[in-house]
Design a protein around this ligand. Structure first.
Ligand SMILES: CC(=O)SCCNC(=O)CCNC(=O)[C@H](O)C(C)(C)COP(=O)(O)OP(=O)(O)OC[C@H]1O[C@@H](n2cnc3c(N)ncnc32)[C@H](O)[C@@H]1OP(=O)(O)O
Ligand SMILES: CC(C)C(=O)C(=O)O
Ligand SMILES: [Mg+2]
Length: 567
């Protein structure tokens, strides 16, 4: 029988809480952030960071604005010990940053922890022990009182260790590890026992950190647990409540957010959610969630790519291209309807850049994280005319009329299907030139002259190569009409101009005007062409000639003699 058997698991018990209040609350400010990258993140790596890597990460965290940073487990390993000594002795810790270190509730480890911290101005000593029934029974072989005694003894050693260094401002932190799997009454009981040792009511700074060490329930259950804990803890007002969620069910951020609504003051987590198993709560995601709601995240995340670079260098981990807010692809749209909406949304913002950000498919302005607009719209076989137009407009200053964008987009789609992948702006431009701008030499206009005769225009056009020039002359209500007439008179070509658009161009294209024409011939063949010219008339006439040439028109009448060619 397969071991894939759901009957081996049980539903997580819910919290009986008819008075729950957190669902009606909203976040008004960012919580206190504590980075545990250098400890929880580090302990989960295949190759833990060396001192230099830790220093680079520490420096980044400081520049991002973290005021509390768990820098390691100094009693556990020499590199961790050395790193703590280094940042203290070499003065790497800014005046407004407090470092935090973790230790088990064991006397020798606590002693070594204080040895690492000697001389620090301020620090948080973080002691933990597992409190949930499974670990009480299987790991410690102790009952509730026995496990409480570990915590109380640990608290006493922490207090005694601190007393040896009165020059340092100490904060004590206790984590009932696996809090979310611990009976709530017992979690309160054990935390109150620790508080009885530390006496926060007498002025000792104390943090109670409530971990979902292994995420086992939906985030609303965790929020209930936090609210219940805060409601029942004696002396709640004297301590900071912190949460430390892991991501086993993929909800660590949601759990931390709901926990803040439920009363947590402080949130521990890591960059990109690095940490044990599926990771810790991702502080970048939660902070950006806060930011995108119009609140100050109290972290500077604008150095987006530097954060990813330092992270990958120091941890050896990668950032998924789909990672919330920071992934390579999270501000890219390939699909036609999204591109169309983004293009319209961006156009809508022009002239009202200070207005609230409301652009379809872009929850924030990518520029806030140092991301460029160029990367937003990218083209593959899922893209439509909106995206293709956007790319040509954005990178080449060329705006196409809708009908022509449709034609180009069909060509682009075909090519991208053939090469099964993304197609660059450069390639799109090359396809545009190849299919619409390039014109056969024999259909190139060399000179033109327009004359008015009453309400009519007479156009004289010289086209073709130097060796075989042709002069055409015709009359119409405008320049294009006169050219069409000239083609009938002088070349026996009956062409109908089905679509025509022209406009003046901005700087950057090397021309002053652009004209686009779609013509059909008597044969039923049709083609479109684009021409850039010094003036709109030149561009207009050339676009019609190029389109006729592309449609495969054949000149029937006799060539004029060279002598007849207009001077
Ligand atoms: C959820 C978390 O992330 S907690 C943090 C976990 N992080 C780490 O463990 C990383 C660093 N740790 C280490 O390098 C090692 O564990 C060390 C160096 C700290 C200690 O190593 P060791 O002395 O060999 O002990 P080990 O870690 O195997 O611990 C097992 C013993 O400590 C006890 N213990 C475990 N955790 C705690 C605790 N928090 N408080 C008190 N005792 C504890 C266990 O019951 C066990 O006791 P036993 O030897 O009587 O059976
Ligand atoms: C040490 C504690 C806070 C921890 O990392 C956890 O429980 O996940
Ligand atoms: Mg953890």
């Amino acid at each position: 029988m397969s071991s894939f058997n759901h009957r081996r698991y049980q539903a997580f018990p819910t919290v009986h809480k008819p008075d729950r209040r957190w669902p009606n609350r909203r976040m008004h400010h960012a919580p206190i952030w504590t980075s545990v990258d250098l400890r929880d993140g580090n302990q989960a790596l295949v190759s833990p960071m060396n001192v230099a890597q830790k220093l680079e990460m520490f420096d980044l965290l400081v520049r991002m604005g973290f005021k509390e940073i768990e820098v390691g487990f100094p009693a556990a390993s020499q590199p961790d010990f050395d790193f703590v000594r280094k940042i203290i002795e070499e003065g790497h810790i800014p005046g407004d940053v407090t470092i935090q270190v973790l230790t088990q509730a064991r006397e020798n480890l606590i002693e070594r922890t204080y040895a690492a911290l000697k001389g620090v101005e301020r620090a948080i000593v973080h002691v933990y022990n597992s409190t949930n029934p499974v670990q009480r029974e299987q790991v410690f072989g102790l009952d509730k009182e026995g496990v409480k005694a570990i915590a109380v003894r640990g608290a006493e050693w922490v207090k005694a260790g601190a007393a040896q260094f009165p020059e340092t401002r100490w904060t004590f932190q206790y984590s009932p590890e696996s809090f979310s799997n611990t009976e709530l009454e017992y979690a309160v009981d054990i935390c109150e026992a620790v508080m009885a040792v530390w006496q926060p009511e007498a002025g000792q700074a104390v943090i109670l950190n409530l971990p979902a060490t292994v995420e086992s329930a939906m985030p609303n259950v965790f929020a209930d647990q936090i609210e219940w804990f805060c409601d029942h803890l004696r002396g709640r007002e004297h301590v900071k409540i912190s949460v430390h969620t892991h991501n086993d069910r993929g909800c660590a951020v949601a759990a931390a957010e709901l926990a803040v609504l439920a009363g947590a003051d402080r949130v521990e987590g890591t960059l990109f959610g690095n940490g044990e198993r599926t990771g810790n709560m991702d502080i970048l995601t939660m902070a950006m969630n806060v930011y995108s709601q119009g609140l100050d995240p109290r972290l500077d995340l604008s150095m987006g790519s530097e954060i990813s670079d330092v992270y990958t260098r120091s941890t050896g981990m990668t950032v998924s291209p789909r990672h919330p807010w920071f992934g390579e692809l999270v501000y890219s749209a390939f699909s036609g309807s999204h591109q169309d909406a983004i293009r319209k949304g961006m156009q809508h913002r022009q002239g009202q850049e200070q207005a609230l950000w409301e652009v379809p498919y872009l929850p924030i302005d990518p520029a806030d994280l140092g991301r460029s607009y160029e990367a937003v719209v990218r083209i593959n076989s899922q893209s439509g005319k909106g995206g293709v137009s956007h790319v040509l407009e954005r990178d080449y200053g060329i705006s196409l009329p809708r009908w022509l964008a449709q034609e180009l987009s069909a060509i682009v789609q075909q090519v991208s299907e053939q090469q099964s992948g993304e197609i660059s702006a450069k390639q799109i431009h090359a396809l545009f030139v190849e299919h619409f701008v390039q014109s056969r030499e024999d259909w190139q206009m060399r000179r033109y002259r327009l004359q008015r005769e009453g309400d009519k225009v007479i156009a004289s056009v010289v086209m073709g190569s130097d060796a075989h020039p042709r002069i055409l002359q015709g009359k119409g209500s405008g320049a294009v009409g006169a050219l069409v007439d000239a083609l009938i008179q002088g070349a026996g070509i009956y062409a109908e101009v089905e679509q025509f658009d022209q406009h003046a161009l901005g700087a950057g294209t090397g021309a002053r005007a652009m004209a686009c024409a779609r013509v059909s011939l008597e044969s039923g063949r049709s083609a479109s062409a684009v021409s850039f010219g010094e003036d709109t008339t030149e561009a207009a006439l050339q676009s019609v000639l190029s389109a006729i040439g592309k449609a495969g028109a054949v000149i029937h009448l006799q060539q004029p003699s060279k002598a007849a060619v207009m001077k």
